[in-house]
Design a binder for this molecule. Structure first.
Ligand SMILES: *[C@@H]1O[C@H](CO)[C@@H](O)[C@H](O)[C@H]1NC(C)=O
Ligand SMILES: *[C@@H]1O[C@H](CO)[C@@H](O)[C@H](O)[C@H]1NC(C)=O
Ligand SMILES: *[C@@H]1O[C@H](CO)[C@@H](O)[C@H](O)[C@H]1NC(C)=O
Length: 457
């Protein structure tokens, strides 16, 4: 890791209950990295980390892109997981990642919503309760980062999300467009990319059983039981019982786990890494069972990297490098409090928001890993078909283009584009697409951002 020769550009002392200090922005001396806290609402502090690409070319006709990465959960740390386990310049062993998206764009990681990762609130009442609130907080962060730097404003911003982050990507994009229109935010929105995103929970819960039946992981009895819980979820959503639907969602996950002998929700070809003890704990309280979502994320750690432990890294070497993380503060991979506060919004669909973005002409890219279960391609296709967008029928009738990677002749995926809607089917990938298929993911992100960096850099 680059030596932490950090300098402080702005110092705001906030005496918190723990005697913490809040320092707004600092970074490496060469300016290649910058990070800090933004107080997005009084007493709600959001952490961000911007990496500037060494490959940046300044060509006014081809602006250099910035990617904002939004992690899922809700409550999973993008600064930790997305950065060190998926797309950032270094892996969890602090070794260079040859597939890093930094080759193609500047990368902005955030711990959002507040309470996630290094972000914190001084009062538990300040956790967000809805996706809209999360979008508004993120928008406040972008205002602070972009409005102060004219050169950054020339870079189009691409919001790229994974999993639950997709719901926040669309509410953020709408918030951003509003703030740009009213002159509050100086930024150019390049587009939104929704990777294995939880846009329509109803469509996903109905996709699970038929998919697992087709690949021999469930039998008809399992399908019947699953469908009855999915039907219950549908009724709860129709009558606006969103919190109850979240409880039924975890009931359904538990049912599918037991009927399938613990299929991995993030790759249906695998068994889940959950140990029997945590399964038992899950039976005790719905509040505990919701955190299952988080546990699968931590399972990624053992499957995606062989040695580096993210928790040790984020509370050790990275924290020391950043210098501004309050000393007593412990970074966590997934915040249960952030998740719990959003349980009334967790099951609410965001299809209408995608439609709104399409109608406004924003480029929307959807990508999905073939082997994902939690946000299965089958469910994604089902919600896409519900779009009211005028181009939908033409889009659905178009032929897909096969994707290859590098010099390979093996089909790595398919792509379909019509006007401002783009869909990538990524073969051989589960939920964490850039981890499972780094080569084709990098090609995809180059296309999405129209990065001026050539393929060979
Ligand atoms: C990146 O590293 C992996 C192994 O860690 C290797 O299989 C792959 O070929 C490398 N890719 C490039 C473009 O160097
Ligand atoms: C503004 O952003 C540009 C592009 O990322 C960067 O090169 C420059 O150092 C930034 N300026 C300040 C004052 O942060
Ligand atoms: C959308 O993306 C395409 C490339 O895929 C690009 O040509 C077009 O200019 C983009 N539109 C907007 C509004 O950004």
């Amino acid at each position: 890791m680059r030596r932490a020769s950090a300098y402080v550009t702005l110092l705001s002392l906030l005496l918190l209950g723990y005697g913490w200090m809040d320092i707004a922005a600092t970074g490496t001396k060469d300016g290649s990295e910058e990070w800090g806290y933004v107080e997005v609402r009084p007493k709600a502090h959001m952490f961000w980390w911007l990496y500037r690409s060494p490959n940046r070319v300044d060509d006014p006709s081809k602006p250099w892109p910035v990617i904002l990465w939004l992690q899922g959960g809700p409550g999973a740390s993008g600064v930790g997981i997305g950065n060190f386990e998926e797309i950032g310049p270094l892996d969890t062993n602090l070794k260079p990642r040859n597939s890093t998206w930094l080759q193609k764009a500047d990368l902005l990681f955030v711990d959002s919503p507040v309470g996630t990762g290094y972000s914190f609130v001084e009062d538990p009442k300040l956790f967000v309760k809805t996706d809209e609130e999360a979008g508004i907080d993120l928008c406040a962060l972008l205002i602070r980062i972009f409005n102060r730097n004219e050169s950054l404003q020339k870079s189009p911003l691409y919001i790229v999300a994974e999993s639950y982050g997709g719901k926040h990507a669309v509410t953020l994009a709408l918030s951003v467009l509003k703030a740009i229109e009213s002159g509050k935010l100086k930024l150019k929105l390049g587009g939104v990319a929704l990777g294995d995103s939880w846009i329509s929970p109803e469509d996903f819960v109905f996709s699970w059983a038929p998919l697992l039946k087709d690949v021999s992981r469930l039998d008809d009895n399992g399908v019947e039981k699953s469908n009855s819980v999915a039907e219950k979820i549908r009724q709860q959503l129709r009558s606006g019982q969103y919190t109850e639907a979240t409880t039924s969602w975890s009931d359904l996950e538990r049912l599918i786990s037991s009927s399938s002998n613990s299929v991995d929700f993030y790759n249906f070809l695998l068994d889940s890494g959950m140990d029997p003890l945590s399964v038992e704990a899950v039976e005790l309280a719905p509040e505990v069972s919701m955190k299952k979502y988080a546990r699968y994320l931590s399972y990624l750690k053992t499957s995606a990297s062989d040695a580096g432990d993210l928790d040790t890294l984020m509370n050790g070497a990275v924290k020391r490098k950043l210098r501004i993380i309050p000393a007593k503060f412990r970074w966590g991979e997934q915040s249960g409090s952030v998740f719990s506060s959003l349980q009334g919004d967790f099951m609410r669909p965001r299809i209408a928001e995608v439609d709104e973005l399409l109608a406004k002409g924003v480029n929307v890219t959807i990508y999905n890993g073939q082997l994902d279960l939690i946000c299965a391609t089958k469910g994604t296709e089902a919600w896409v078909e519900k779009l009211k967008w005028e181009g939908l029928k033409t889009f659905l009738n178009m032929e897909r283009k096969p994707l290859y990677c590098g010099k390979g002749t093996v089909t790595k995926g398919f792509k379909r584009s019509y006007k401002n809607l783009h869909f990538y089917w990524i073969l051989g990938a589960g939920h964490f697409v850039p981890v499972d298929q780094p080569c084709v993911s990098l090609d995809m992100v180059t296309a999405i951002t129209q990065s001026p960096a050539s393929a060979s850099t």
